[in-house]
Design a protein around this ligand. Structure first.
Ligand code: PEP
Length: 258
């Protein structure tokens, strides 16, 4: 058993407005409390759209919920003429602890390079938040058997320029693109192969201690029915959950995978 606290993060993507979002957070909290969920044993985080964050903050602070929250993206810049971007300073002010960077829907849909992802990860750290850095191969790469080399190149590029201290606390999410939102989950062994290679890479670019400390999540069609098998893998420390995180009871069941 490692000392890494498992992290379950619900990526709502562009779903749930602030009213629906606060209902979901309330229901998630009740469900976890009913199940006597121990927040110290599994960290639970929601990642709503930007427009929900203020409402989620009010609810979490006001009712002292033991849930964390974060954003799905951040600007690499802190302020200025960047129409449509959202500064890490604003997100930190809203109490965000985490920021997703490099999700495949940003890499593919918005042309984000590893360099951009690294700049966004640095921006998150600059404002005291933890980036969840997403990496993962597409179907063609997987079919060619090149997934490990592809993902490790993304890891190296997306973490470039981070300090040793930052590398120790970063979260990495391995999300094979062919498994995101498709219902096709990687086998536990496939997830372990890549997550373990990521940890070995961290030892190479940082240190063995850093590699032991960093949480590596799996993402891609995680559900209550498959999460336990994935979490049984030595190098998988949690899950980044999309579709299944939109249902409070299903997400709570994922969070209580043991
Ligand atoms: C995601 O959005 O990061 C994700 C893994 O989605 P899903 O769980 O729906 O595959």
């Amino acid at each position: 058993m490692s000392d890494r606290t498992p992290l379950m993060a619900g990526n709502w993507k562009m779903n749930l407005d602030h009213v629906q979002g606060t209902h979901l957070v309330q229901k998630l909290d009740w469900t976890l409390r009913d199940a006597k969920h121990d927040p110290a044993s599994v960290e639970v985080v929601v990642l709503p759209p930007f427009t929900d964050l203020r409402s989620v903050q009010t609810l979490v602070d006001g009712d002292k919920l033991s849930l964390g929250y974060g954003a799905q993206d951040v600007s690499p810049h802190d302020s200025g003429a960047y129409t449509g971007d959202v500064s890490g300073a604003f997100l930190a002010r809203l109490g965000c602890s985490y920021v997703v960077v490099g999700h495949s829907e940003r890499r593919d849909g918005h042309g984000e390079s590893d360099e951009t992802v690294a700049a966004k990860a640095a921006a998150a750290f600059r404002h005291g938040m933890t980036p969840i850095v997403c990496v993962g191969e597409g179907l063609e790469v997987r079919q060619a058997g090149d997934q490990v080399a592809h993902v490790l190149a993304q890891v190296e590029g997306s973490l470039a320029g981070l300090t040793p201290e930052q590398l120790r606390t970063v979260v990495i999410a391995y999300e094979p693109v062919w498994a995101i939102g498709t219902g096709e989950v990687a086998t536990p062994e496939d997830a372990q192969e890549v997550c373990s290679a990521i940890r070995t890479k961290l030892a190479e670019i940082a240190s063995g201690d850093t590699a032991d400390a960093v949480r590596v999540l799996y993402g891609g069609s995680v559900k209550s029915g498959n999460v336990a098998a994935i979490m049984s893998q030595e190098d998988v420390d949690g899950a980044l959950v999309g579709g299944a995180s939109l249902d409070a009871e299903e997400f709570a069941a994922i969070c209580r995978y043991q």
